[in-house]
Design a protein around this ligand. Structure first.
Ligand SMILES: [Zn+2]
Length: 392
């Protein structure tokens, strides 16, 4: 005879269940957990004694865009360049520290966005093998790009004009998601994206189709109108960054269900600390204009019903792991999203889009929960405060 799994009653003064907010005025809620799963969610009764009482309970956060091998807190460009020549053990140590920081912010699931050294795959394996690991990592391994184009630190080349099918078929065996480097990065001094997209709409559609055949999803590094047009025409699953967005592109994204991970944080950092890169007054103006356009379009995306997902590009200069994701939630609030919409984009929505369980406080779901000392619906800054991890 086996013993019954331990049963824990969590009593939350208020909670966000992944989709809706139950305020303290509605009375406390008991979340009953058995064997790591939620078995009941019910109004607290005076007869039952809670094992744990918390002020505010919600599902663990999801960081949808991070480079786990890069230290975002490292601001010295020379040190960052040298780091790319470091040995694997140094990078693994950095990645483990990044996992700890990410977990400390209340994150329980991370989607890595590519690294050419395979540290992401190695960390994914370490975490998967440890039942007590604080989070799980999805890894794309390397992304794909065209030769001599942007993305060398995170992607492999598919020769110019070569059909991507064979490369993608090999990649999807190991990759949780397929990352495509579709465009270059933003040229802040010029205030635009340089160069044509790395793949045509037909080539990208092939990548999407081969990936879907394996039951997996694509996400594309993409900014600028030329790249955005290619991405939506090919029906990519998720657009990452998406600077220089337009209403017309957002309308197609809403219609096709294409997700958007707008990653405000790396550009916001360049604007907030222009002295580090030595940006001129003109460039600082460009950065502000880019951010204002992004705020406007993220607000519009929310109103149009686009699948907004929070991801910070942690590991980029000035974007530390963990706190970067929380900053991204605040950028969503600045764009006009409600707290409910912002938290949905960082809990239940990415998990639903990636067909992962969890992200909701409901019977049958894994008890991957985090608690805060106050409700962010009352005090948004509570999200930056102490986090109590209930399970994983
Ligand atoms: Zn990235």
């Amino acid at each position: 005879m086996t013993a019954a799994p331990p049963r824990t009653i969590l009593r939350a003064a208020s909670l966000f269940d992944g989709e809706t907010h139950r305020p303290a005025s509605a009375g406390p809620t008991d979340v009953v957990v058995e064997g790591g799963r939620i078995v009941a969610v019910e109004p607290a009764s005076a007869e039952t004694r809670a094992d744990v009482e918390v002020a505010f309970l919600m599902p663990g956060l999801v960081e949808a865009h991070a480079h786990i091998f890069l230290d975002g807190a490292e601001l010295d460009f020379a040190v960052r360049t040298d780091y790319l020549k470091a040995d694997a053990e140094t990078m693994v140590a950095t990645a483990r520290a990044n996992v700890a920081r990410t977990a400390a912010a209340g994150v329980t699931l991370v989607r890595d966005a590519g690294d050419r050294y395979g540290i992401n795959d190695r960390i994914r394996g370490e975490l998967a093998a440890d039942p007590a690991a604080p989070l799980r990592l999805r890894s794309p391994g390397l992304g794909v790009k065209r030769p001599k184009r942007y993305g060398g630190f995170m992607a492999r080349d598919i020769g110019e004009g070569v059909d991507p099918s064979a490369t993608i078929e090999a990649m999807v065996e190991e990759a949780d998601d397929v990352k495509v480097i579709l465009t270059g990065i933003i040229d802040f001094e010029a205030g635009g994206v340089k160069g044509a997209p790395q793949f045509s709409a037909a080539e990208l559609a092939t990548i999407v189709e081969v990936t879907r055949r394996a039951g997996k999803r694509t996400f594309a590094h993409c900014s600028g109108l030329d790249g955005l047009e290619v991405a939506v025409e090919a029906g990519i699953d998720s657009i990452e960054h998406g600077f220089f967005m337009t209403r017309a592109i957002l309308e197609v994204m809403a219609e096709k269900g294409i997700a958007w991970v707008p990653t405000f944080s790396p550009v916001h950092f360049q604007w907030a600390r222009p002295e580090l890169a030595g940006w001129s007054a003109t460039t600082i103006d460009n950065l502000r204009r880019i951010l204002d356009g992004h705020l406007e379009h993220v607000g519009l995306a929310d109103r149009l019903g686009v699948n907004l997902v929070a991801g910070s590009d942690a590991g980029s200069p000035g974007v530390p792991h963990g706190t970067g994701l929380v900053d991204e939630i605040f950028h969503f609030l600045d764009a006009g999203l409600s707290m409910t919409a912002a938290l949905t984009s960082a809990t239940s929505r990415p998990r639903r889009l990636w067909a992962c369980e969890g992200g909701r406080i409901a019977p049958g779901e894994p008890a991957e929960l985090v608690a805060f000392d106050a409700s962010p619906f009352d005090v948004p800054a509570a999200l930056r405060g102490a986090v109590t991890r209930i399970a994983r």
